[in-house]
Design a protein around this ligand. Structure first.
Ligand SMILES: C[S@@+](CC[C@H](N)C(=O)[O-])C[C@H]1O[C@@H](n2cnc3c(N)ncnc32)[C@H](O)[C@@H]1O
Length: 227
């Protein structure tokens, strides 16, 4: 009998997948994610880091409202586009974009070498989710260590696949609830001596799908603050 193979097709290399995704036209809207914008509105600007920044919409918005903001993404093509957009919107000086694999936590995507600055005031990860391999738990647990006292980690994630997503995409993805997110971070829902949980909720967004169809997206929004 022929040997059974676990994978009918070999697993795809994440860098190749995301470079291909950004290889054509602009992928995202260029606008800030609404949950992040709302949170930032109530905070004094400081130093921010955006994980999986894509084409830079969140980083650029944070810079426009006064933050020093760094974005990291695996795809060189995304980072190049983000740099161009920051230039066009006049915030190149307050933004920094780094092409790096966040799984490589020793590769220097952490705080700049500045002994006077203890870490980031805001670390954001908007839809840091992937249909190919992504060591999200390790990355986000490492992100917690990069926060300055009083700093916040903000996760905005798809809690369910978009209604128009192909069944294959829905089956491959992981769509966490806010409770899943906190468990993944190792932060108790009621907080502890190190962490306050400021937000852990599902939010619904009414959107227009790729073919003009109306639909609702479910986001898991989590904000934890280092005491
Ligand atoms: C769904 S997109 C979200 C992009 C952006 N945050 C937004 O909200 O528009 C996920 C992003 O994570 C990036 N990514 C995936 N795996 C990564 C890794 N290991 N290191 C760095 N970035 C990664 C992808 O290149 C992609 O830009």
């Amino acid at each position: 009998m022929a040997q059974q193979h676990e994978h009918a097709t070999p697993p795809q290399d994440p860098r190749a997948f995301w470079e291909a995704r950004y290889g054509g036209d602009q992928v995202w809207s260029g606008k800030v994610n609404a949950a992040l914008a709302a949170l930032a509105e109530g905070l004094p600007p400081g130093r921010a880091l955006d994980l999986g920044c894509g084409e830079g919409g969140d980083v650029i918005h944070l810079a426009e409202v006064g933050w020093d903001a760094t974005g990291v993404d695996l795809a060189e093509a995304a980072v190049a586009r983000a740099r161009r957009a920051a230039q066009e919107r006049g915030v190149a000086e307050r933004t920094r974009f780094v092409a790096a694999d966040l799984s490589d936590t020793a590769s220097g995507w952490g705080p700049p070498d500045d002994a006077a600055a203890p870490g980031f005031d805001l670390v954001a990860a908007s839809f840091l989710q992937s249909p190919v391999a992504l060591d999200r738990e390790r990355i986000l647990r490492h992100a917690l260590t990069l926060l300055a006292p009083g700093g916040r980690l903000v996760l905005v994630s798809h809690a369910a696949p978009p209604p128009w997503a192909p069944a294959e995409f829905a089956a491959r993805g992981h769509f966490p609830s806010p409770t899943d997110e906190l468990a993944m971070l190792g932060v108790p829902a009621s907080g502890d001596g190190t962490w306050d949980v400021e937000v852990a909720e599902e939010r619904t967004r009414e959107v227009t799908g790729p073919d003009g169809q109306p639909g609702a997206l479910e986001d898991a929004v989590v904000v934890v603050r280092r005491r």
